[in-house]
Design a protein around this ligand. Structure first.
Ligand code: ADP
Ligand code: MG
Ligand code: ZN
Length: 468
C-alpha cells in the first residue's frame, strides 16, 4: 500500500467595507431593509453604465502588496457570463487573465516550519445578490420559494486564489487565519466569518507521496468556519484515499460540507472547464495603477502578522505568539509588557480573557492592564475578573481593585471554615466517609462567605486538613 500526500488549494472571498458598491454609488453594508440599496446599475437595467470604485481598487492593491504580489501595470475587468436568479445582468463583472495582483506568496508560521504558499492571484469583482430560501432550514432543499435581496448585489469582493501548495488541514487553517488577520489589519474588511464577509472554497486532491502530479480535485464550497474547513479537508482526504485504494477514481465535483453529517453530499458536478464566455467588459477601460501610488502603498504596509508571530515566538512559545497575533492582541500585549508586565503572564491574561470572549480591546489602557496583570496573584479572583471586564471603559483605573487584598492568612480563614463545616455537618460526614468530591462544595462556600476574597489555594489546604 502506498502512502498518500494531500494537495490543497484555497479560494477566498473577502467583502470590502467600502462606503459604496463596486460600480455604482449605492451604499455598501449590512442592515438596510431588503432591496432598498439598489439602483439601475446594480439591478442590471439595460443601458446603465458601471463606474469603478477607486477605493476598492486601491485596497485590492494594498492586499496584493501584503501578499507579495506583482501589481499589474494594466488590469482588465471581464464579463463572466452565467445565469442565476441572484445575478440580474446574467454576467458578473470580474477579472480574468489580467487581474490586479498575481504571483504572490504568504509564509505561514507553524510549530514546525514555515511553508510558503503561492498566491496565484488576487482580483476584484462584484458580489451577486442574496437568495433567501423560504424553508425552516434556510436551505434550498425543501424550500417553498426563494426571495432575492439585491442589497448585496454589486458590492465589492476580492478573490484570493492560492497555488495547490498546502499539504495538510492544519496549515490550511493557519493560512486562512493569517490571511484574515492581514485583511482586518489593512482595514479592508471586517472579514467576519459569521456574517459571511469572508468565505472560502477548499480544493482537495491526494496523490502518491513523492509524486508531483495533480490528480482530480473536489471542491468544498462557501465555507465560513476555519474548524469546519479543516474538518472538511480531513474528511475529503480520507474519502479520496479510500476511493483510490479500492481501485476507483475520484470525480471532479463540488461538495456541500455539513458538519452534522459524516458525508459531504455533491451539490452539482462540475464541468472540466466551465464556459463562462469571458470577454473584456466593454463599458470599462483597463485600470493602470500609477507607479508612485503603488510605491507609496508599499511603504505604508507595516510589519505583517506572520512576521510578528515569528518575532514574538522568540519571547513566548509559538502557540502563545500565534494566539496573540491571530487574535489581534499582540499590539496590546507589547504595550502591556512595555508598561512593566511579565510577558508570559500578560499573554495568559490576554489569551484567556480576550480571545475567548472576543472583547474589543481598542480602548484598553495598557498601563492599567499592566498593573492588573502584575497584581493578579495578590488580589481576589472576583476583583480581578471584575476589573478585566471593565478595563476597556473610559477613565478606568486599576487602583481600587489593587487595594483589595486576597485573604491568604489561615488564622483569618480558619474561623470561617469551622463555621461552614459546622453548618454542613451532613456533607462533612459524607466527606469523611470517602466522598472527597465534596471538597469543592466546601471551598465554594468559603469563597462565597468571603465575597471571593479568600485565596482558593489556602482554603483548599485548610478545608482538607480540617476534614481529613
Ligand atoms: P477554477 O477556476 O475552476 O476554480 P483553478 O485552476 O483556478 O480552477 O483552481 C482553483 C483552486 O484549486 C486553486 O486554489 C488551485 O490551487 C486549486 N487546485 C487546482 N488543482 C488542484 C488539485 N489537483 N488539487 C488540489 N487543489 C487544486
Ligand atoms: Mg473555483
Ligand atoms: Zn447600485
Amino acid at each position: 500500500m502506498s502512502t498518500w500526500e494531500p494537495v490543497i488549494g484555497l479560494e477566498i472571498h473577502v467583502q470590502l467595507k467600502t462606503e459604496t458598491k463596486m460600480f455604482c454609488r449605492c451604499r455598501n453594508g449590512f442592515g438596510g431593509e431588503p432591496n432598498t440599496q439598489t439602483c439601475p446599475v446594480c439591478l442590471g437595467f439595460p443601458g446603465a453604465l458601471p463606474v469603478p470604485n477607486r477605493r476598492a481598487i486601491e485596497e485590492t492593491i494594498k492586499l496584493g502588496l501584503a501578499l507579495d504580489c506583482e501589481i499589474a501595470e494594466r488590469a482588465v475587468f471581464h464579463r463572466k457570463n452565467y445565469f442565476y436568479p441572484d445575478l440580474p445582468k446574467a454576467y458578473q463583472i470580474s477579472q480574468y487573465d489580467e487581474p490586479l495582483c498575481s504571483h504572490g506568496k504568504l509564509a505561514v508560521p507553524t510549530p514546525d516550519g514555515e511553508p510558503v504558499i503561492g498566491i496565484t492571484r488576487a482580483h476584484l469583482e462584484e458580489d451577486a445578490a442574496k437568495n433567501i430560501h423560504v424553508a425552516a432550514s434556510g436551505r434550498i432543499r425543501g424550500a417553498t420559494a426563494t426571495l432575492v435581496d439585491f442589497n448585496r448585489g454589486g458590492t465589492p469582493l476580492v478573490e484570493i486564489v492560492t497555488e495547490p501548495d498546502i499539504h495538510d488541514s492544519e496549515t490550511a487553517k493557519r493560512f486562512l487565519q493569517l490571511l484574515r488577520q492581514t485583511v482586518v489589519e489593512l482595514g479592508l474588511s471586517d472579514a467576519e466569518l459569521e456574517k459571511g464577509s469572508m468565505r472560502f472554497d477548499v480544493n482537495v486532491s491526494v496523490r502518491p507521496a513523492g509524486s508531483d502530479e495533480l490528480r482530480t480535485r473536489t471542491e468544498l464550497k462557501n465555507m465560513n468556519s476555519f474548524n469546519f474547513a479543516a474538518k472538511g479537508i480531513e474528511r475529503e482526504i480520507a474519502r479520496q484515499i479510500r476511493v483510490y485504494e479500492e481501485g476507483g477514481t475520484v470525480e471532479q465535483e463540488t461538495l456541500h460540507f455539513d458538519p452534522a453529517h459524516e458525508e459531504s453530499p455533491p451539490m452539482r458536478s462540475k464541468e472540466e472547464a466551465q464556459d463562462y464566455r469571458y470577454f473584456p467588459e466593454p463599458d470599462l477601460v483597463p485600470v493602470h495603477p500609477p507607479e508612485d501610488l503603488v510605491d507609496r502603498f508599499r511603504t505604508e504596509i507595516g510589519e505583517l502578522p506572520g512576521a510578528r508571530i515569528r518575532r514574538i515566538a522568540d519571547t513566548l512559545s509559538f502557540y502563545d505568539a500565534d494566539v496573540l497575533v491571530t487574535g489581534g492582541l499582540d499590539r496590546l500585549w507589547s504595550a502591556v509588557v512595555d508598561a512593566g508586565a511579565d510577558p508570559k503572564e500578560a499573554a495568559n491574561v490576554l489569551a484567556n480573557q480576550f480571545v475567548a470572549t472576543g472583547t474589543d480591546v481598542s480602548a484598553v489602557d495598557a498601563g492599567e492592564l499592566a498593573k492588573l496583570v502584575q497584581a493578579r496573584a495578590e488580589i481576589p479572583r472576583a476583583a480581578f475578573d471584575e476589573a478585566l471586564a471593565k478595563v476597556g471603559e473610559a477613565g478606568f483605573s486599576a487602583d481600587p481593585y489593587l487595594a483589595q487584598k486576597v485573604v491568604a492568612d489561615a488564622s483569618e480563614l480558619d474561623p470561617v471554615i469551622d463555621r461552614i463545616i459546622e453548618a454542613n455537618a451532613g456533607q462533612a460526614a459524607q466527606y469523611r466517609g470517602g466522598k472527597h468530591g465534596l471538597l469543592g462544595f466546601f471551598v465554594g462556600q468559603v469563597m462565597k462567605e468571603t465575597g471571593g476574597k479568600a485565596d482558593p489555594r489556602v482554603v483548599n489546604e485548610r478545608v482538607r486538613a480540617k476534614l481529613g
